[in-house]
Design a protein around this ligand. Structure first.
Ligand SMILES: Cc1cc2nc3c(=O)[nH]c(=O)nc-3n(C[C@H](O)[C@H](O)[C@H](O)COP(=O)(O)O)c2cc1C
Length: 232
């Protein structure tokens, strides 16, 4: 049976829950392996001086109800410096092979630390040591300086290695705990737009909004979505 979420347009009467559609599109992109990282999203932040910046991150959880996405990063990176002063961020997914785009606008909050711990523990060892080894977004004098820094951090963590982390066997890789400077970010959208490519550039496009009020450090109480079709 054809996937109803892959119809060439959105339903005549817009669905009440765009997050269900967005999740279905992400799942379809993953199922079809439409690109190397189908869970890629571009994240835009705005610095205190008003300068916008964008970069790609990986969406590691799509929680359609109550409705937020999660990515993981270094909490001292530029994007986090910017979202600490201005948590109003935007993100977008684009799958060219599916002719679909999703835009999210909302508020970024830090994930609960136990959730970040669980995710960090599920990562492969190389990614774990990478999180310890790199001061993301900081300047570097040379590539060699980064390699030396990673080895130095590995030594500090009790890893017995002379010059090549790749040479380690699994026995030489001690369990690593999550560094405090690394973890998850939840993006809670108050606005979401779904876009489907159409012929002659007569695309189909709709935007939904909802109310949100903070409920603690990590969550929001959200209202119902209200959708409106937009000209392409
Ligand atoms: C396909 C791809 C996936 C990426 N995933 C992440 C990610 O999940 N988290 C992350 O912090 N950086 C990720 N990056 C690197 C970021 O794009 C960016 O270079 C880095 O986070 C530093 O950004 P900042 O200096 O603006 O904070 C990814 C890059 C690419 C190309």
């Amino acid at each position: 049976m054809a996937n109803p979420f892959m119809a060439p347009t959105l339903p005549v009467e817009l669905p009440d829950d765009p997050m269900t559609w967005a999740e279905a599109w992400l799942n379809e992109a993953i199922r079809r392996s439409v690109q190397r990282n189908p869970n890629t999203m571009t994240l835009a932040t705005v610095a205190e001086d008003g300068q916008a910046s964008a970069r790609v991150v990986l969406c590691k959880a799509f929680v359609k109800d109550p409705g937020y996405v999660v990515f993981y990063t270094n909490y001292r990176s530029r994007k986090i410096v910017e979202l600490r002063s201005n948590p109003k961020v935007a993100a977008m997914f684009h799958w060219d092979a599916l002719g679909r785009q999703i835009r999210l606008e909302g508020t970024a909050v830090f994930s609960p630390s136990d959730e970040s711990d669980t995710y960090f523990a599920s990562r492969d060892w190389g990614s774990q040591i990478g999180a310890w080894g790199s001061d993301q977004s900081y300047t570097l004098t040379s590539r060699q300086a980064l390699k030396d820094q990673v080895l130095e951090r590995a030594h500090e963590l009790g890893v017995d290695v002379s010059d090549d982390l790749q040479s380690l066997t699994s026995d030489d890789r001690p369990n690593l705990s999550r560094p405090a400077h690394w973890g998850g970010i939840r993006l809670w959208p108050h606005t979401i737009e779904l876009w489907i490519e159409g012929t002659d550039r007569i695309h189909d496009r709709a935007s939904w909004r909802r109310s949100m009020s903070a409920a603690g450090d990590h969550d929001f109480v959200t209202g119902a979505w209200t959708g409106t079709r937009l000209q392409p």
